[in-house]
Design a protein around this ligand. Structure first.
Ligand code: ZN
Ligand code: ZN
Length: 345
């Protein structure tokens, strides 16, 4: 079997297809035939050697947003059989560090992830602990199932945003995460969802998946447009999905009285903005972060099965394993929303 190994940020090419020996599952593991694996912003951070969301030791098979078919099971596996279709939660927690024992596994000091710290989805097969596998229905295609991982992170963010029925929500950034946020905000009862996004393809899809109106932040005055549509210049919940200082500043500008500002995008480690302290005081703002997907993967799989979300529309490109580097570049380009790699094509 083959895998595409990440060779390190200063390597050209960045990836190398290598022959791998077919791994044997341990007692509590399964061997998964990887069918679809999404390219994530985290993969791009890793590719560029940026610090922050994940540290890797190359050569390693990346890919942490994936789905596949159980091929073989370990002796002690009881909930899965060969042939089961699964979506994979890549994040493993130690259970013994202080954050784990305080109910904050997302801050686990020994966190490790499949496709980051150990071989993951950009290979034909992978070893996955039984506990990381979530069964999916036969009618869910693998591309959509691979989106369970980003969706599980979005659900954790939505939990923190605490949207109340009837509220106005502004989503900043219309990549795959922002477009999932738009849909989850609607499902959570928002009466109005506005999407701020400079790329017209993304704005268009944003409207198709449920945004009430959209704004190009580079050419339009978002507060003016909000006033036209809602009679107010701010929102009750603002969700930032870009990870850049200008987007975070825009999020604070849009925060109305009592607003929650969810800073969801992953910024560079040294990114900073001036905080309007008086606004935080006088408007009673709540500014919160969100990290990965503690205990939300099952809910993501449930929502995908329900058909309540438009996920297909977000997948704009697919690539073969040999084209992984190209797939990463496409994920960075404004022509794409979500790029998926098919290890067996
Ligand atoms: Zn990811
Ligand atoms: Zn831990």
């Amino acid at each position: 079997m083959k895998g595409s190994f990440f060779m390190g940020p200063r390597h050209t090419p960045g990836f190398e297809i290598r022959e791998m020996t077919m791994p044997e599952p341990g007692a509590h593991d399964v061997l998964v035939k990887n069918m679809a694996c999404g390219v994530c912003g985290t993969d791009i951070h890793i590719y560029h050697g940026e610090k922050g969301s994940a540290e890797v030791t190359p050569p390693v098979v990346l890919g942490h947003e994936y789905s596949g078919i159980v091929e073989k099971i370990g002796d002690k596996v009881t909930t899965l059989r060969p042939g089961d279709r699964v979506a994979i939660d890549p994040n493993r927690y130690c259970g013994i560090c202080r954050p784990c024992r305080m109910g904050r596994k997302q801050n686990c000091q020994n966190l490790y992830a499949l496709g980051v710290n150990t071989n993951g989805g950009f290979a034909e097969y992978s070893i996955v602990p039984e506990a990381q596998c979530y069964k999916i229905n036969d009618d869910i295609d693998f591309d959509v199932a691979a989106m369970a991982e980003p969706l599980s992170c979005v659900i954790h963010g939505i939990d923190q945003a605490d949207i109340r029925p009837g509220q106005t929500v502004a989503v900043i950034g219309g990549g795959a995460i922002g477009l999932l946020m738009v849909q989850m905000a609607k499902l959570s009862g928002a009466s109005v969802v506005v999407l701020s996004e400079p790329i017209s393809l993304r704005r268009q899809i944003g409207l198709e998946v449920g945004a009430d109106f959209s704004v190009d932040p580079f050419t339009e005055d978002i507060q003016e447009k909000m006033a036209q549509y809602t009679g107010r210049t701010g929102a009750d919940v603002v969700i930032e999905c870009v990870g850049r200082p200008n987007a975070a500043q825009q999020a604070l500008q849009l925060a109305d009285m009592g607003a929650t500002v969810l800073l969801f995008g992953v910024p560079p480690v040294d990114a900073a903005i001036p905080l309007p302290l008086f606004d935080v005081f006088s408007k009673e703002l709540r500014i919160i972060g969100s990290r990965i997907n503690p205990d939300t993967h099952q809910r993501a799989v449930g929502l995908i099965s329900s058909g309540k979300l438009e996920i297909r529309k977000l997948i704009t490109h697919t690539f073969r394993l040999e084209q992984l580097e190209q797939a990463l570049h496409m994920q960075m380009s404004s022509d794409s929303i979500k790029v998926i790699v098919h290890p067996h094509d």
